[in-house]
Design a protein around this ligand. Structure first.
Ligand code: ATP
Ligand code: MG
Length: 358
């Protein structure tokens, strides 16, 4: 087996601090894996005048997976749009062909108090939301503004977007979802709005066709309004959810609140060959950067997803996730997850605890 390579793009704000802890975990696992770092976001802009320099993109392309921290800082807000740090992640998604966004929402037993819901509704919650990233109303053409055709009001305009999905786009995300469901509890819920939208009647039809290749997985369909309701009424009734770009955007943020802490949520964005970019769901948190208080667990859990989905090291992924459960069970808390009266530890000390648990 050839040595696998992880491109490490730590970025801005708390990015370097939290990624450093994930790299200590990589070392502790003693796998046949190499890492190589490059600048991205504001840090890359400062050094090269561009948030995604060619060197960084080239490294991301040759690597088997990308571990990404976070980008952005207030000090870049005045730059023209194409030079802003956030453009780096959009550029990477596009250049790497990342079309499937996986966001687990896990509620650790010790952290149920931080959830927006009652503990009994979320205790033991472990669901996976899979969002399509390239299609839907976000990218469909035509879109724009124009004068109202009836000219009813002088100077009145209208704005419009086009919701659109192609068969290959739906098929490839459906395959990702069925495979993910197969690796879990073999239950998939496809979320649509087939009662109102032609695009999502098509979505439902194509997902149903792909289901024929996965007879061992149970598939059901839910309208998005009902899914939004069930996520707060009975979130544990789900296992894997697959949906389009816009519904996924909304439902994954809703699911994040069920778990209570943004500092605990990993994410993965995959291409069709199993390569992916892995990053915490939270941003660069410039308000707490450089103070050794950020929670590194979302990044460490993103590393676990990287090991599972891109490097074929499911055992190592399970070990990392078990280590995170263990440090939570033994009472280690960064400030964002510390309850009242609980003592908070720093970023590096949390990293120490995970390494020790491994
Ligand atoms: P973005 O636009 O990049 O998503 P944002 O402004 O929406 O950024 P974050 O950077 O995620 O949001 O920060 C939101 C809040 O959560 C901030 O107060 C930040 O300090 C806090 N936060 C984010 N990540 C962490 C973390 N890993 N540990 C502790 N607190 C965090
Ligand atoms: Mg945000």
């Amino acid at each position: 087996m050839t040595t696998k390579k992880i491109a490490v793009l730590a970025g801005d704000g708390i990015g370097p601090e939290i990624v450093a802890q994930a790299l200590r975990v990589v070392d502790a696992l003693e796998l046949d894996v190499t890492t190589e770092e490059a600048l991205v976001g504001g840090a890359a802009y400062d050094a090269y005048g561009h948030p995604l320099p060619p060197e960084t993109l080239a490294l991301a392309k040759v690597a088997d997976a990308v571990l990404f921290g976070a980008v952005g800082d207030w000090k870049y807000d005045k730059l023209e749009r194409r030079l802003r740090p956030e453009q780096a992640i959009l550029g990477l998604r596009k250049e790497l062909g990342l079309f499937a966004n996986l966001r687990p929402a896990i509620c650790y037993p010790e952290l149920t108090a931080a959830s927006s819901l009652k503990p009994e509704l979320v205790a033991g919650l472990d669901i996976l939301i899979i969002r399509e990233l390239t299609g839907d109303i976000y990218f469909g053409q035509p879109r724009g503004r124009r004068a109202a055709p009836d000219g009813a009001f002088a100077g009145a305009d209208e704005a419009f977007d086009t919701m659109r999905y192609t068969r290959p786009e739906i098929e490839r995300i459906a395959h990702v979802a069925f495979r993910a469901a197969r690796g879990r509890n073999k239950r998939l819920t496809s979320v649509d709005k087939a009662n109102v939208l032609e695009t999502f009647q098509f979505w439902k039809d194509v997902v149903t066709e792909v289901h024929a290749e996965y007879p061992d997985v149970t598939l059901d369909h839910l309208y998005v309004d009902n899914a939004a309701m069930q996520l707060v009424r009975a979130p544990k009734s789900f296992d894997v959810i697959v949906t389009g770009n816009m519904f996924g955007d909304i439902l994954s943020d809703e699911a994040a609140m069920l778990t209570g802490s943004i500092g605990m949520l990993p994410s993965a964005s995959l291409d069709s060959s199993g390569k992916g970019l892995y990053e915490p769901s939270h941003g660069s948190a410039p308000d707490i950067a450089g103070r050794d208080v950020a929670n590194p667990l979302a990044t460490i859990l993103s590393l676990a997803m990287l090991l599972r989905y891109s490097l074929d090291h499911a055992d190592a992924a399970n070990r990392v996730e078990a280590a995170v459960r263990e440090v939570l069970a033994s009472g280690h808390r960064t400030a964002d997850i510390a309850g009242s009266g609980e003592r908070a530890i720093g970023t590096r000390t949390m990293g120490d605890a995970v390494v020790a648990a491994l």
